[in-house]
Ligand binder design. Structure first.
Ligand SMILES: Nc1ncnc2c1ncn2[C@@H]1O[C@H](COP(=O)(O)OP(=O)(O)O)[C@@H](O)[C@H]1O
Ligand SMILES: [Mg+2]
Length: 372
């Protein structure tokens, strides 16, 4: 406990989190399937995926609340697979606050310190510091029922930080909050991490925008498997499979044929017989059929006629959303979504538009499921 006297931002050993072929089964049903993932010390990694994909299970395995049926979990160079939860030096925040209702804010924050036998002096120092860190210093004497949802969640974060964890696990911490508060809390979480740069954070969410805003690296889960992992930008710009393309952001995926390499990662493919240029970031083999992934905002309206990567599409629907106009267009029997600035008159349904995309903005994705 001696190290606690150096305050919240004092030195804590930087520790990454390692999953090595970790599987978890409930009653014989595998819900986490051989997860391998290395989270670097001081990084924020987001695990995203639909409900039931195994995100919470992965987090609970790190916390020690579920025992893997196979594999190893490490924190720093410690193998914690068989270690009791309280011995793992982890802070955890879940979706529904879970503050102790009969305790004041300051007692909630002090709870983990008491449980670890911290001295009164340490508690006097740490509790206000943690509350300050989350902007809740003025609320120390309140009970949870006297706080808004966002405030309760700040206290839950302060409580998790009080024990000076090496690792902070967040399980959908913002999903019970309304959109505006969620955005403000995201900014604050980013700020918090800047003031505690040694803290390694594993952030579970089904909300891709939270992941993109906050995380250095993102892992995408599906049916208990990690189907994609990478830095947020490259995962968004060059998704490795259909599932990743559609889960992280919105994507148009056009079936294209007979890939031909041109130069570096530039490639030519054919869409309904028409040549299109794209980037082959994933090194798909020559001659193969694949999917061309183009994000709705990378489709542009084009005044001119015959340039590279020009397509013509029939307007199916137009929806105005303030600073963006969303359109659905039909091209050779395929529906594409397009998002553009709402300049001028909205095109009428049935009108034909010329579209264009920059080859550097589109990537080729293998066909088939992410499991294949
Ligand atoms: N305690 C449990 N007992 C049995 N099945 C569970 C238990 N917890 C989770 N599961 C199942 O494991 C799968 C993964 O759940 P979970 O990790 O909570 O997914 P996520 O957090 O991605 O929504 C789901 O099919 C869920 O029903
Ligand atoms: Mg969950």
């Amino acid at each position: 406990m001696a190290s606690l006297t150096s305050g919240l931002s004092g030195s804590v050993e930087r520790c990454g989190i390692g999953f090595e072929n970790v599987s978890v089964a409930y009653g014989g049903q595998v819900v986490l399937d051989s997860l391998s993932l290395a989270i670097k010390p001081g990084e924020i990694v987001a695990l995203i995926g639909p409900s039931g994909s195994g995100k919470t299970t992965a987090l609970r395995a790190v916390a020690g609340f579920v025992r893997p049926s196979a594999g190893r979990i490490t924190i720093g160079d410690r193998d914690v697979t068989r270690l009791a939860p309280h011995a793992r030096n982890i802070g955890m925040v879940v979706q529904n606050y879970a503050l102790f209702p009969h305790m004041r804010v300051e007692e909630n924050v002090a709870f983990g310190l008491h449980a670890r036998g911290a001295s009164a002096e340490v508690i006097r120092e740490m509790v206000p510091e943690c509350l300050r860190m989350v902007g809740m210093a003025a609320y120390a004497k309140r009970y949870p029922r006297e706080l808004s949802g966002g405030q309760q969640q700040r206290v839950a974060i302060a409580r998790a930080l009080a024990i000076r964890p090496q690792v902070l696990l967040l399980d959908e911490p913002l999903s019970a909050l309304d959109a505006q508060i969620r955005r403000a809390m995201l900014d604050e979480l980013a700020k918090l991490h800047r003031s505690l740069p040694n803290l390694t954070v594993l952030y579970v969410t089904h909300d891709q925008s939270e992941a993109l805003t906050l995380a250095n690296h993102i892992g995408i889960m599906r049916d208990g498997k990690l189907v994609a992992f990478g830095d947020a930008q490259s995962l968004y710009r060059h998704p490795p499979n259909r599932f990743a393309a559609e889960f992280l952001g919105s994507a148009n995926l056009l079936p294209v044929q007979s890939l031909a390499a041109i130069d570096g990662d530039a490639a030519r493919v054919h869409f309904c017989g028409k040549p299109l240029l794209a980037r082959n970031h994933h090194g798909l083999p020559e001659g193969s059929d694949c999917l061309l992934c183009v994000r709705p905002h990378n489709l542009r309206l084009q005044a001119g006629t015959d340039a590279d990567n020009a397509l013509s599409g029939t307007v199916v629907s137009v929806q105005w959303q303030g600073d963006v106009r969303n359109m659905v267009l039909e091209i050779e029997g395929h529906r594409l979504r397009m998002a553009c600035p709402p300049h001028g008159e909205a095109p009428a349904a049935g009108s034909v538009l010329k579209l264009h995309f920059n080859p550097a903005d589109v990537t080729l994705v293998p066909e088939g499921s992410a499991h294949g």
